[in-house]
Design a binder for this molecule. Structure first.
Ligand SMILES: [Zn+2]
Length: 258
């Protein structure tokens, strides 16, 4: 399979002739780093689009992308309501409201698990508010109009490999232990939203013991709401605690074959 990282939690996965998308979000403001030159209007693929939760940096561009690709969007009820209010056709949505929901396609299998959002810690909130400062009113609608809803993690079985995607890092230990019952080959793990996110992510890797870890969401996609996260403590931690796990740090729009 080919895995392409679109920045934030966005991925394009290609297997055989099928392309599906996960949390595709390409819009940025002018201060964003790295620059994302792909525009949502130009994307015309994605037979299926899987969503982790309803925040703007996960679903803002989905009405445009799914509108062009005619893809089917799998998401929570809350995210579905947001997407419909932003113009996505109801017939393109499949609401996922059961833990363990699964669906088969010609080239792969997808399964959703109830998950949890990272709890923004007080230090990060204060720091972000100080940076946003008087511009809060400009950003308020984006935060208010895109409620989180039920968070979902997604397990895909592709070409006999298991790829597990998390869109936010709030999973308690029992959730991870349950998921670890099946061996994960490739773990896509988000690093944003908490001062100690590298420690949190390391716990995911320690419990799930994947063969490959791909960190994501560490980019500064929408300053001052976001910041660049230094993922080196995670890399060091994995090398120390999980030496058999391979870490692939991807550049924006870079593809790898696994
Ligand atoms: Zn979020």
């Amino acid at each position: 399979m080919e895995i392409t990282w679109w920045g934030t939690a966005g991925f394009r996965i290609k297997t055989g002739r099928t392309v599906f998308l996960i949390d595709p979000y390409l819009s940025r403001n002018r201060a964003a780093e790295p620059v994302q030159y792909l525009r949502p209007e130009k994307i015309r693929e994605g037979e299926q689009i899987f969503i982790s939760h309803g925040h703007f940096d996960h679903i803002l561009d989905v009405p445009i992308i799914a509108g062009n690709s005619d893809g089917i969007v799998y998401c929570s009820r809350v995210a579905a309501d947001t997407l419909i209010s932003k113009g996505l056709k109801r017939k393109q949505i499949r609401v996922v409201d059961t833990d363990g929901f699964s669906v088969d396609f010609d080239d792969y299998h997808a399964q959703a698990f109830f998950s949890q959002h990272v709890k923004f810690d007080r230090w990060l909130v204060l720091k972000t508010l100080a940076q946003i400062n008087v511009r809060l009113l400009r950003y308020l609608p984006m935060l208010r109009d895109y409620p989180q809803g039920q968070v979902l993690s997604w397990r895909f079985v592709i070409e006999d490999k298991i790829l597990h995607f998390f869109g936010s890092g709030g999973s308690p230990a029992d959730e991870l232990e349950r998921l670890a019952c099946k061996e994960t080959d490739i773990l896509l793990i988000p690093l944003q939203g908490h001062t100690n996110i590298c420690e949190i992510a390391l716990e995911y890797v320690q419990v799930m013991q994947p063969k490959i870890v791909i960190p994501h969401h560490q980019d500064n996609f929408y300053p001052p709401i976001s910041t660049t996260v230094d993922i080196n403590p995670l890399i060091d931690g994995i090398r120390r605690e999980c030496p058999r796990t391979d870490i692939r740090v991807m550049g924006i729009n870079e593809s790898i074959i696994v």
